[in-house]
Design a binder for this molecule. Structure first.
Ligand SMILES: Cc1cc2nc3c(=O)[nH]c(=O)nc-3n(C[C@H](O)[C@H](O)[C@H](O)COP(=O)(O)OP(=O)(O)OC[C@H]3O[C@@H](n4cnc5c(N)ncnc54)[C@H](O)[C@@H]3O)c2cc1C
Length: 384
């Protein structure tokens, strides 16, 4: 392993900053440089879908600027600096304004939002919210607007629906699926969340897609596949994310759904590592905070001399729909078994049980959500 040159981390999201923090717990001296395409402001991305509920705009959600992070962690940060290429033989990053040599390189460059090319002239009123800058633009443009249409009924679409309603905004959710959060929640739990959000005033248009978005006098008019139309001030597109792999792929690194790394977070190139939303760790792409924190702890040890593999354990996903608190730990996609469900109104306990009686996954909503810790002790970890 080359010890020469700084540890360079691409990205100042939760993955990049968590790794820098873990590194500094173990080693105060090795030079660490973070390079980021954005402004480097530290924030907690999950809080973006709680802004209205907590009464915070983009400034309120910002935690620390670049100067504060540099001082706090004893690192160098280069904001507004796009990495355009990696030369793994020369151990160099290509930047818009020159080159940067590294001893060890960590890719923490996140995920791209999926975008639909929808006909109509209303495209500039469609917002994807995947970082603090996106959130700022959305809030600034919404201004006093009071009607938002959300495309997508996954975790992020549902969280924004709850949060915007808490802010007194009229919300329509349009999605092609028949039930909320497919892949994450079984139908019984999804229906409970949908009922609670409906009671809160969210209007759902499931089984539909948006076919056109046209400018209207004071906003946009969306044309849906059932022939209906609806008006909104703005549209939030929350149809999914894809790990950012182009930089790694162009440099010849192995890439599948994400940048492929083993459990020691090593890519196919020497002294190049990846973690966070951009990484596919031992076959798993997990776009959540707990996995990246576990990766940051393991990688900090590796980078300070003790090669360490990450262990994921059991990490239920908490869904921030306060009108119906929900937690889920989906079973493996290919697992044999059945969902067994108890329900009391919008409180649902769904357990996925194998033919030999083993609990492989669960979803709990409403009053049963408090059982998540107890259930988490019964299911097998993602890997030991
Ligand atoms: C609204 C919302 C709510 C969420 N809620 C939850 C939740 O409740 N619980 C949970 O576990 N997870 C949640 N998540 C997911 C979680 O926030 C992410 O998994 C996590 O923040 C990803 O962090 P990251 O550092 O990998 O990526 P990012 O935060 O996307 O950071 C990527 C960084 O890389 C930089 N970058 C990218 N390309 C380049 C380049 N070429 N050159 C230089 N810099 C580059 C970017 O500028 C950025 O600084 C939520 C996500 C969203 C959007």
């Amino acid at each position: 392993m080359s010890e020469h040159g700084p540890i360079v981390i691409v990205g100042t999201g939760l993955a990049g900053y968590s790794l820098a923090r873990e590194l500094r717990k173990l080693d105060k001296d090795t030079p660490v440089i973070l390079v980021s395409a954005d402004d480097g402001v530290s924030y907690s991305k999950p809080m973006l879908s709680t802004g209205f509920t907590k009464g915070k705009d983009a400034d309120g959600l910002a935690q620390a600027d670049v100067d504060a992070m540099q001082a706090q962690l004893g690192i160098e940060i280069r904001p507004h600096t796009q990495v355009t290429g990696i030369d793994v033989d020369a151990r160099q990053l290509q930047l818009a304004d020159g080159a940067l040599s590294y001893g060890r390189l960590v890719l923490a460059c996140g995920a791209d939002v999926l975008r639909l090319d929808i006909p109509g002239d209303g495209g500039d009123r469609v917002f994807s919210i995947n970082d603090l800058g996106d959130y700022r633009r959305f809030r600034d443009t919404l201004g006093e607007g009071r009607r938002v249409a959300i495309m997508g009924a996954g975790l992020i679409g549902c969280e924004f629906a709850n949060d915007l309603r808490n802010g007194g905004i009229e919300v329509d959710v349009i999605a092609p699926c028949d039930a909320l959060m497919p892949g994450l929640l079984p139908d019984a739990a999804a229906n409970a969340v949908q009922r609670a959000l409906t009671d809160l005033g969210v209007r759902f248009h499931l089984g539909e897609v948006v076919e056109r978005i046209d400018r209207a006098d004071d906003g946009v008019c969306l044309s849906l596949s059932d022939g209906s139309t609806l008006d909104a001030d703005l549209v939030v597109s929350a149809i999914g994310l894809r790990p950012r792999t182009a930089l790694a792929a162009d440099a010849g690194l192995a890439v599948n759904r994400g940048i492929q790394v083993n459990r020691a977070l090593e890519t196919s190139a020497p002294d190049v590592y990846a973690l966070g939303d951009c990484a596919e760790v031992d076959g798993h792409v997990l776009l959540y905070v707990l996995p990246l924190m576990a990766c940051a702890r393991a990688l900090a040890k590796t980078l300070t001399g003790e090669r360490t593999e990450v262990s994921y354990g059991v990490m239920p996903v908490m869904i921030k729909t306060p009108c119906c608190p929900t937690a889920a730990y989906p079973p493996p996609a290919d697992a044999a078994g059945d969902w067994q469900t108890d329900a009391d109104g919008n409180s649902v306990r769904a357990r996925f049980v194998s033919p030999d009686g083993e609990l492989l996954g669960f979803a709990v909503t409403g009053d049963f959500a408090v059982e998540k810790q107890a259930l988490a002790k019964e299911v097998p970890p993602l890997h030991g």
